[in-house]
Design a protein around this ligand. Structure first.
Ligand code: OGA
Ligand code: MN
Length: 282
């Protein structure tokens, strides 16, 4: 397919149908401009302004909708070893799904490959529907109505980074998300987890953490995981509601890796959505 211009409704319907079934779609040989990527992304819903972690005085390299998934600076050269952006890049190596730390999380993300290192730097995806289906029935019953607290600062702390300003913390307070989501298009249930998930609401913190760690381990077993090996020009679209992903390491101090991400907003917070679904079922 060529996603660079307006698509006819028939093609868009095919993409939507494939997205619901497969949750991760790869479109090779696109080499979209940022403008074209934003236009295609808007088909799926409102495009988020990229999180900038409240870094006053730091100019963004890309337009506001673009998350800069790269290890380069304004001059195109590698970032300094201690640049804070390297930390966010490294935190992407923890299994997660995008924007669960926002009240209204992400529906899907679109990631375009501009520069790919000669080795390493795959992105892996875990199918959280398949993982949910494979859980023992007793576990499914136990976790059915649990709610987790998510915070961007929790996943960053796991990487040993705690230097966020009060301004940043005030902008991104912890939020609640369900632990099991029902996909609105397919009705399939999926585990809804991320490195940002800190604990279970109403449970002792350590007990909740153990459950989250156990489910993360379970869901990322090899039979649920696909590794994408990037080619320049690829555009990959994934459903954040029923997958997790992580970046794999590469020679980040010497090799450039440049990807541009757009993130499409969900309609509503996942706890509010579950409440609505329960009310309409009653
Ligand atoms: C992202 C992300 C992983 C990667 O862009 O949301 O987690 O491989 N990227 O860069
Ligand atoms: Mn991500």
């Amino acid at each position: 397919m060529d996603l660079s211009g307006p698509l006819d409704p028939q093609i868009l319907a095919e993409i939507d149908a494939a997205f619901d079934v497969y949750a991760v779609l790869v479109f090779p040989d696109q080499s979209l401009t940022d403008e074209q990527q934003v236009a295609f992304s808007a088909h799926f819903g409102p495009v988020f302004t990229a999180t900038n972690y409240h870094r006053p005085g730091k100019e963004r390299r890309l337009r506001p909708e673009m998350s800069d998934i790269s290890n380069i600076g304004h001059d195109g050269g590698l970032l300094a070893a201690d640049d804070e952006r390297r930390l966010h890049g490294r935190a992407n190596q923890l299994w997660h799904t995008d924007n669960t730390f926002k009240h209204i999380p992400a529906r899907c993300s679109l990631l375009a490959a501009h520069v790919i290192p000669p080795s390493g730097g795959n992105t892996e995806f875990a199918d959280m529907r398949a993982a949910y289906d494979a859980l023992p029935e007793e576990r499914k019953r136990e976790i059915e109505n649990l709610v987790a607290e998510h915070s961007i600062f929790y996943s960053r702390e796991k990487m040993g980074f705690t230097g966020f300003s009060d301004g940043a913390r005030a902008e991104l307070p912890p939020v609640q998300q369900v632990l099991v989501r029902t996909h609105p298009a397919t009705g399939r249930k999926a585990l809804y987890l991320a490195s940002h998930a800190s604990h279970i609401v109403g449970w002792p913190v350590e007990k909740g953490r153990r459950l989250i760690e156990e489910l993360l381990d379970f869901a990322t077993q090899p039979q649920f995981v696909h590794a994408h090996r990037w080619q320049t020009g690829d555009l990959v679209l994934w459903d954040n509601r029923c997958t997790m992903h992580r970046a794999r390491p590469y020679e980040e101090m010497t090799q450039r890796r440049v990807l541009h991400r757009t993130t499409v907003s969900d309609e509503i917070n996942s706890v509010e959505r579950a409440r609505q679904d329960q009310n309409s079922a009653a």
